[in-house]
Design a protein around this ligand. Structure first.
Ligand code: SF4
Length: 322
């Protein structure tokens, strides 16, 4: 079982592994991002450098301003909200065929969820947390796309989810053709087990789009599918959904396995159920049986290997089910 994996187009905060452009002149070393670089098309950006703040620079912070937010540099008193919003808006509007983003956590520009928000520029204590101003614009213009920060990607379970989503969107862009519905039918059929694991209602919705009972032009069908597809990855599947799919796949082999192999599978399932391993570990075992026992239908299914195998062997921070 070996697939070619198209490279996802990902926005990447430039200070992650690429350039020493943080306010203090440092670069962030991150094992997961480094491992991912050979597999992605990088759209590198440092919003603070792009708006001319220079490196090193005095730190900036988000300050609450009525219902909105301002981006302030306390040391100089500069309000750079408008510069950042204009840059972010133009930059993100120009992006095509985006498959996701990896942004630096806790940054007033790039943070996606945990950036400190201050009640006043001169306050030393934050009054809340939220997204940075550049990240807000990415979310607004690509509301349903996979976005992660390096902190979340340290968890193997989150990483599996994020990688599954970005590589599926990349496959969609690479393998389907706007004026050929048969390419969509093929795509839907190879992702059936994966989609059913994620969300059965949305899988059926995608199926209805592909079935095209309204006899719409192929381009319209393709566009509708492109809008619906990212929504299936809105939530990580529950472990019970993975277990259902894995038991279904196991059923294809059960008559061909030794008792010891069946016992080993059940032990792994129990470990997964208890949160000791990720779904990918069980899927690797199923994948090895596909190769040994030549199971054609499963070999076509993306579920068991939705992203390159090397990316499933990275360390885990242990926050599996949080
Ligand atoms: S977090 Fe964003 S703005 Fe800050 S240094 Fe990194 S890329 Fe630049």
């Amino acid at each position: 079982m070996s697939y070619d994996y198209p490279r996802p187009n990902l926005i990447l905060s430039r200070c992650l592994e690429l350039k020493a452009c943080r306010y203090n002149g440092h670069v962030i070393r991150d094992q997961v991002v480094a491992a991912l670089l050979p597999y992605i098309n990088i759209i590198a950006v440092c919003p603070e450098e792009e708006i001319g703040l220079g490196t090193p620079r005095d730190p900036i912070r988000i300050v609450r301003d009525g219902q909105g937010y301002k981006l302030i540099q306390p040391a100089t008193g500069s309000d750079i909200t408008e510069r950042m919003e204009q840059f972010a808006n133009c930059y993100v509007s120009d992006l095509k065929d985006l498959d996701g983003a990896i942004l630096k956590s806790r940054s007033p520009s790039c943070g996606i969820r945990d950036t400190k928000i201050f009640p006043k520029a001169e306050e030393s204590t934050a009054s809340g947390r939220g997204a940075g101003l550049f990240a807000r614009q990415v979310r607004q213009q690509f509301p349903n796309f996979p976005i992660a920060d390096e902190g979340r990607l340290a968890s193997a379970a989150w990483r599996e989810h994020f990688l599954t989503a970005i590589f599926t969107l990349a496959r969609f862009h690479a393998e389907t053709v706007a004026d050929d519905i048969s390419s969509l039918i093929e795509f839907q059929s190879r992702h059936k087990l994966l989609f059913m694991t994620y969300n059965q209602t949305r899988t059926r919705r995608l199926g209805r789009i592909v079935a095209n009972q309204g006899r719409l032009p192929a381009q319209e069908v393709h566009d509708a599918y492109a809008v619906e597809l990212p929504l299936i990855f809105a939530r990580r599947p529950r472990p019970a959904a993975h277990i259902n799919t894995q038991m279904h796949a196991f059923g294809f082999f059960s008559g061909k396995l030794t008792q010891a192999e069946k016992n080993h599978f059940m032990k792994l399932m129990n470990k997964y159920r208890s949160g000791l391993i990720t779904a990918g570990v069980v899927n690797n075992l199923l994948g090895s049986w596909i190769v040994r026992l030549s199971e054609e239908y499963l070999a076509q299914q993306i579920y068991l290997q939705p992203f390159p195998d090397k990316l499933s062997r990275l360390p885990d921070s242990g926050r599996r089910r949080s």
